[in-house]
Design a protein around this ligand. Structure first.
Ligand code: PLP
Length: 383
């Protein structure tokens, strides 16, 4: 059965973005491609092999299930790092598979030691330190125990990395907090070094930090949103562009999301469209029904706000977004008919629907809309 919509991945755009990032960051900085949430909705299965073509050999995910999805398609020599949740069984699985993972709790460290011993293998760990995000990560006080435990179990661990995560590097408003985190991280790194805990690599930066705070790049950056062609925020883009002569956006959108018109109908002046009173026709209208709704990840918050492209023209989303359908105003589009392509995200005829175009009021919408694109929408690689 065909889905009601399809997600296309532009291979050329993705390779372009990764080449740009590699060039921008230079040879000294390794890129870990962050592919959590099904590669920000793009599809792990399709995304990973293309990224490998561009030379990526390190991927970051949140969960063991995502790591498994990467393992199913990656090259044998490519590394995978689990940054978040793992059950005890998954810790064992990860050690067996030589996967890298974050530790941020003594209990996880103890479990890792227990499993490594059982498997007669080494756990490749990244010690996550708390520097001010106040989420996961060891405080300096807890690190005393960590050091002691690792020293007692030296042969069970390989200290692959020392890491932390910033509390909003995409906004200048957080500047002081980020600077404090950088200092704290560097201090903890030295502190561990002095106690003979020497991680192979240091990594702290996400996309925004890598752009706005060059000092955070260190040995590796964990790049998510940029590789997909989106800036974390408008601010981050401006910070990048301010330092250059060329003011054009170096990134290309990788993902397009398309459906088609399911039905067309005329609505008379004074009628309400769809549930309730969200939209009143103030003149005679032609409307197109599109079989995509919030169950497909098209957020209800785009009711009366979203825009789509039909026949090369912008069509506003009117009324509330339903579970399986949305309605677009096509009054101004001559010759529009059932079966015509509807671009929910993407470009045509020099017009672009970017997530950011709805998102001026909320930059997080890029991340959220992408991450919510359901797994079951078919992904197709083009170009
Ligand atoms: C998601 C995530 C990243 C990547 O963030 P982007 O803003 O998409 O670059 C990096 N590090 C951690 C720990 C993350 O959870």
């Amino acid at each position: 059965m065909a889905g009601t919509s399809v997600i296309e991945l532009d291979r050329t755009a993705l390779i372009h973005n990764l080449n740009f990032l590699q060039h921008f960051l230079g040879d000294e900085v390794k890129i870990s491609s962050v592919v959590k949430s099904n590669a920000y909705g793009h599809g792990i299965e399709q995304f990973v092999p293309i990224a490998e073509t561009a030379g990526i050999r390190h991927f970051s995910v949140f969960s063991a299930a995502e790591a498994e999805a990467v393992c199913n398609v990656k090259k044998p020599e490519t590394d995978v790092m689990i940054m978040g949740w793992m059950s005890d069984e998954e810790i064992e699985w990860a050690i067996e598979k030589d996967l890298e993972f974050f530790v941020f709790e003594i209990i996880k460290l103890e479990k890792a030691a227990e499993k490594a011993k059982k498997l007669n293998k080494v756990a490749k760990i990244h010690i996550e330190v708390e520097t001010g995000l106040n989420r996961t990560g060891f405080t300096q006080k807890q690190l005393v125990k960590v050091v002691k435990f690792i020293k007692e179990n030296r042969d069970l661990f390989y200290i692959q990395g020392l890491c932390t995560h910033y509390a909003g590097a995409e906004s200048i408003a957080n500047h002081v907090r980020i600077q404090k985190q950088i200092r704290k991280y560097n201090q903890l790194y030295k502190w561990l070094w002095n106690r003979d805990i020497i991680p192979e690599i240091r990594h702290t930066a996400c996309s925004a930090a890598a752009i706005a705070y060059p000092r955070t790049r260190m040995d590796m950056v964990r790049v998510g949103i940029l590789q997909y062609g989106f800036w974390p925020t408008r601010e981050t883009f401006i910070q990048y562009i301010n330092k250059r002569m060329d003011k054009t956006d170096p990134l290309m959108r990788v993902l397009s999301w398309k459906s088609q018109i399911m039905s067309i109908k005329k609505v008379k002046t004074g009628e309400f469209v769809s549930y309730g009173t969200a939209y009143l026709a103030q003149e005679d209208k032609v409307i197109a029904i599109v079989p995509v709704g919030y169950s497909d990840g098209y957020s209800r918050s785009l009711s009366n706000m979203g825009r789509v492209i039909i026949d090369g023209q912008i069509a506003p989303v009117i009324g509330v977004v339903n579970m399986n359908m949305l309605i677009a105003d096509v009054t101004h589009i001559p010759g529009v008919k059932r079966g015509d392509e509807v671009i929910l995200i993407g470009a045509d005829n020099g017009i672009e629907i970017t997530l950011a175009s709805f998102a001026d009021f909320n930059n997080q919408l890029n991340y959220e809309l992408l991450a919510r694109l359901p797994m079951n929408i078919p992904r197709k690689v083009i170009n």
